[in-house]
Design a protein around this ligand. Structure first.
Ligand code: 26W
Length: 820
């Protein structure tokens, strides 16, 4: 234990903090105030390591990664920081001696929900791994005033409530006004010929500007003194509203600038995998990218005078297309501010930026109308035009006369700026996030690019941090593993394979099941408190937690629950092992079908949970406000991991990995990283069903999928679908769920059953029954569960980061030593 966590001294600090911050004694302090006091005490310790890290970076001048992302879904910091400082147990003890419960104090902290789902949480896991592995890195993002909305369920419907996460302040952040940057929007570009250099100068005029002010959030490495930085930008008005601007005729502009600053970082767009094309979103993108790129260049120039070697000290990873204006912004700075020529600027830029693709869903592709893009970012647009012009010339040279290639690959086409194309043209690396996903990118989605520049393409299968999702989230299981194989798995997850030895051990199986049971009791208590529903911890916990999206097929899950319930009612004589079906999901606020699916799940829950005749054999629970903090409880308690996306649609998935790590068995399709999970654990320890990605893609290309075939020929399917429109789950209302029914059978709004629910329904049902059946031989189940946990070594984000470092970023780790 670190000297700073001298227990008595820590207690003293907490007491002092309560007094200094709130003028209260420990007795008088609220739990929230205690949280603040404890958090500040922890920050004290972090600060020393943070400064030490900065000092080493200053001295050694290593290459730095800038991980650029619109989203960082960090969750709570206190518990995680204590875990990584290896002070969790000591602090828990200290607090308990003072009469407090660390768990209760942790629950006071709002989640930092600056992200939607998978992509944002991946960024957070990456930061944890980067710090733990000692790689110098900045997360670059936006300090949204409101993060992902809080979800309330009212009368079965999702209601969005603003997430006022900064209400009580954020004890871990540090405002850094000395690094503020100015970001410009709009106006026009005047070209001026410079007699001296014989070149054009581009001057943006009549623009509006905002001040970008960074807040630094520490990212603590595990047990290594390293503290990296997540830098999130806030917007402030350049001039406080000035009355005299009225006289100068600048009144209108002053108001507009003020509003721009107020609006820009106001809220995270709650869309996942769906592009909405909102002007404010493009403003957000340019805002944080311009500030981040300016700072990266400024930081480089503080130490170096040859800008041509910028890429030796900095690399930018663009998390999906959202940060892609970074390409043009770096070009702008090199051309207009550093005075470089096009070719040298382009060489530097294309050696600096790299791009990760996270989805093949067509509706997620960001493209901006030229009108909007050029009005908001006139100089940036000019640069994109020139990038496009030169690239098209290259395409023409390579494929003379081939218009199709240009149509597919041009950066600007059909009145739009295509951000993915810009990222690929400029990036020195293009990666997918699971093997299958990368293959689909190469062979289908980005086929033409792959043909033209195969050397850019590579795969980096996603990963998750075992420190949050096992060590912190499932302390019982973590301790159990450590008791058997030592604690090296914490920073070297493949070590967990040593637990395979215990899969055949009766005693170990029993212990594993006992731990799972205790975690199920903990979740049952949470469900009782938050949903008022009693669930039996001895039942199978079947879990699907992720964003609500048609391609993820929560609808198929609940339809099958309806089918199982009907069977149970019609055949009371058949044995049926109790199951609790657990859902957690937020729907984008404007996504009608997704929101109606939530209503359906809750309506089915109402009917089934209140049917006394089935003796509680089926329970359905929709957990309100699914987020990082309650996810940790859910993963720990899960038996079955539902990973049932239409094959080819889920780029990777990461909840599949978190659930596997916690010893859940996958019930899933051969999609995303499920493929690799099954490869690691063996098909006999998972339940795989459904169409293959190739079959899905073939149907899509041939337009030969007909869901009505299943409806007409399978009475089980037909009866289940009829229950959507016969009032059974809607108090007699035949219309309530008709939209869902129609989505599966008619082609009014897009193709019928676009995600192949009916095609997969029966094989899903069979696989699920097999899983529930298997659970009844507890010994076999325990064996498979232990094997799942023990086979999860590949899915640590530590491995993912090592691969990015080796193949893409080429960073060197640094070592931080602090004097005792
Ligand atoms: C512009 C709207 C928008 C917003 C978010 C488009 C796309 C996104 C993200 C790319 C959606 C996302 O989170 N994708 C998920 O990324 C995870 C991390 O790689 C993968 O595990 C998931 O499969 C993928 O859906």
């Amino acid at each position: 234990m670190d000297k700073h966590f001298d227990k008595e001294r820590f207690k003293e600090t907490v007491r002092d903090n309560v007094r200094n911050l709130f003028r209260k004694t420990l007795k008088e302090a609220t739990q929230q105030q205690l949280f603040q006091a404890v958090a500040y005490a922890v920050k004290d310790v972090i600060i020393d390591n943070w400064m030490a890290t900065q000092q080493v970076m200053d001295e050694e001048d290593p290459k730095i990664l800038y991980y650029m992302s619109m989203e960082f879904l960090m969750g709570r910091a206190l518990g995680n920081n204590l875990i990584n400082l290896t002070a969790y147990k000591e602090v828990k003890e200290a607090l308990s001696e003072m009469g407090f419960d660390l768990n209760v104090i942790e629950d006071q902290e709002p989640d930092a929900a600056l992200g939607n789902g998978g992509l944002g949480r991946l960024a957070a896991c990456f930061l944890d791994s980067l710090a733990t592995l000692g790689y110098p890195a900045y997360g670059c993002g936006i300090r949204y005033r409101y993060g992902m909305f809080r979800q309330k369920i009212e009368n079965g419907y999702q209601v969005e409530v603003p997430d006022d996460w900064l209400r009580n302040g954020n004890p871990f952040e540090l405002k850094r006004p000395e690094y503020a940057k100015i970001v410009r929007f709009g106006g026009y570009v005047r070209v001026e010929y410079d007699e001296q250099t014989h070149s054009n100068r581009f001057i943006q005029e009549n623009y509006q500007s905002v001040r970008a002010v960074p807040y630094d959030i520490p990212v603590v490495g595990y047990n290594n003194n390293m503290v990296n930085t997540l830098r999130v930008w806030d917007a402030e008005a350049i001039n406080d509203f000035q009355l005299d601007s009225f006289d100068k005729g600048d009144y209108q502009k002053a108001v507009e600038q003020e509003n721009l600053a107020r609006n820009i970082v106001e809220v995270l767009y709650p869309n996942d995998n769906h592009y909405a094309g909102k002007e404010l979103r493009l403003k957000q993108q340019y805002f944080f990218i311009s500030a981040s790129v300016q700072e990266a260049v400024a930081k480089y120039k503080r130490k170096h005078n040859d800008i041509h070697k910028f890429y030796e000290k900095a690399t930018f990873q663009m998390n999906d297309t959202h940060p892609t204006v970074a390409v043009a912004e770096l070009m702008r700075i090199l051309l207009d501010e550093e005075g470089l020529g096009w070719d040298e600027a382009w060489e530097i830029t294309t050696k600096t930026v790299a791009y990760t693709n996270h989805t093949i869903m067509a509706e997620a592709l960001e493209k901006w109308p030229i009108e909007l893009f050029s009005r908001l970012l006139p100089r940036i647009y000019q640069i994109v035009e020139e990038i496009n012009r030169r690239f098209i010339a290259q395409v023409q040279q390579r494929y003379p006369g081939n218009q199709d290639k240009i149509a597919k690959m041009a950066v600007i086409y059909d009145g739009q700026v295509r951000m993915a194309n810009l990222a690929i043209v400029a990036g020195y690396s293009v990666n997918g996030v699971a093997k299958l996903h990368t293959e689909i990118l190469k062979k289908q989605t980005l086929k033409d690019f792959y043909e033209m520049m195969p050397e850019k393409f590579n795969n980096k299968t996603n990963g998750i941090t075992q420190r949050r999702f096992l060590l912190h989230g499932n302390q019982l299981l973590a301790d159990w593993v450590t008791d058997h194989i030592g604690d090296e798995w914490i920073t070297d997850l493949p070590q967990i394979a040593k637990m395979k030895l215990y899969a055949d051990d009766q005693k170990a199986r029993q212990e594993f099941m006992n731990i799972k049971y205790q975690n199920k009791v903990r979740l049952a208590k949470y469900i009782k408190e938050h949903n008022g529903i009693d669930v039996d911890p001895r039942s199978v916990f079947d879990v699907q937690v992720k964003r609500l999206h048609e391609y993820k097929r929560q609808l198929m899950n609940i339809l099958d629950v309806m089918y199982l319930y009907r069977e149970l009612k019609e055949h009371p004589e058949r044995p049926f092992y109790p199951v609790t079906f657990i859902f957690g999901a937020k729907a984008a606020a404007g996504y009608r079908r997704a929101k109606l699916t939530i209503k359906l799940i809750n309506s089915v829950a109402d009917v089934i949970n209140n049917d006394q005749s089935i003796n509680g054999k089926i329970k359905v629970v929709f957990i309100e406000d699914y987020r990082v903090s309650n996810a940790e409880l859910i993963f720990a308690a899960a038996d079955i991991s539902e990973q049932i996306s239409t094959a080819s649609k889920e780029a990777s998935g990461t909840s599949n990995m978190k659930l596997m790590l916690n010893g859940a068995l996958t019930l899933g399709t051969m999609d995303g990283a499920n493929v690799e999970i099954v490869q690691e654990v063996g098909e006999e320890n998972a339940f795989i069903f459904g169409l293959s990605s190739q079959e899905v893609i073939d149907h899509e290309n041939n337009h030969d999928y007909d869901p009505t075939y299943y409806f007409n020929n399978d009475p089980d399917i037909r009866t289940t679908l009829m229950e959507l429109i016969n009032g059974k789950y809607s108090g007699g209302d035949m219309e309530l769920f008709r939209e869902l029914y129609d989505s599966l059978l008619t082609t009014k709004e897009g193709p019928a059953d676009q995600y192949f629910i009916l095609a997969d329904f029966k094989s899903y049902d069979a696989a699920r029954k097999k899983a529930i059946e298997y659970y009844q031989s507890q010994g076999d189940w325990a064996k498979s569960a232990i094997l799942n946990m023990a086979s999860s070594g590949k899915f640590s984000s530590d491995r993912t980061i090592q691969e990015y470092v080796r193949d893409i970023w080429k960073l060197e780790p640094i070592k931080i030593t602090v004097d005792p």
